[in-house]
Design a protein around this ligand. Structure first.
Ligand SMILES: [Zn+2]
Length: 240
């Protein structure tokens, strides 16, 4: 059993009494992903990654926090919560997990704009909860070979692998960085953090037109494999 929201109180309390269980909190976003991917894309992908990671390692999967920090996508559609709000939710949830005897927590992030909220969150939570919990935060795109994009080849392939809610006929090329220097990419990245539409024009970073389900499955498996290894390394290296 991994998906905690489908479970029943007596079973859970019994399980948590005896075992040193590990929980996963996935965090995503609700924001524009071009005309071909749904606004739930980040939340959909991170939910799938977290589910596979939980299944593989027998971790407890918490419901995804589907709202994130996506103000940079305005005036394109986004439903956003403040950086401090997301941080506060995570701290509250970890406190509640500890009260339920869950002391090891992985926060798995699926949206770039959430990075500020999770920066040093492990230290903040450990301090608040007097070192009674271990918290690790990981962003899934650090565990694949390809460069992260936004509604480009990677995200579109991943969505083709996990969802039927993709309109490939509407997929259009966005910002292509292949011929840019490192410095130019850093500069446009900074602009994208302030205004994603200004940096990319059409809200897409990358080229989704050649995305395939096959590539998506390959990338997904690669991410889960590498993330899983990293989680296991953290668990063996870090003992309170
Ligand atoms: Zn995305």
């Amino acid at each position: 059993m991994t998906d905690i929201k489908t479970q029943f109180d007596p079973i859970l309390r019994n399980l948590l009494k005896n075992k040193n269980k590990i929980a996963i909190i996935p965090i995503g976003s609700i924001e524009q992903h071009g005309p071909h991917l749904p606004i739930s894309t980040d939340s959909d992908i991170v939910s799938k990654v977290a589910k596979k990671l939980s299944d593989k390692n027998d971790y407890l999967l918490l419901p995804t926090i589907t709202y994130g920090n996506s103000f940079e996508h305005a005036p394109f559609f986004n439903l956003s919560i403040k950086e401090s709000t997301l941080r506060a939710i995570l701290i509250d949830l970890c406190t509640s997990l500890l009260e339920n005897n869950i002391k090891t927590i992985f926060i798995i992030n699926g949206h770039h704009g959430n990075l500020k909220s999770i920066k040093d969150i492990d230290l903040k939570i450990r301090k608040k909860l007097k070192n009674k919990v271990k918290v690790f935060s990981l962003s899934y795109w650090h565990f694949m070979d390809k460069d992260f994009d936004h509604a480009g080849f990677v995200e579109t392939s991943l969505m083709l692998a996990i969802s039927k809610n993709v309109k490939m006929k509407l997929a259009k090329k966005g910002l292509i960085t292949d011929k840019m220097t490192k410095q130019e990419i850093i500069k446009i990245g900074k602009l994208a953090n302030k205004s994603f539409p200004k940096a990319t024009k059409n809200g897409i970073w990358g080229d989704p037109t050649k995305a395939t389900k096959k590539d998506g499955i390959k990338i997904l498996n690669e991410i889960v494999q590498n993330l899983s290894k990293k989680c296991q390394t953290y668990l063996t290296e870090d003992s309170l």
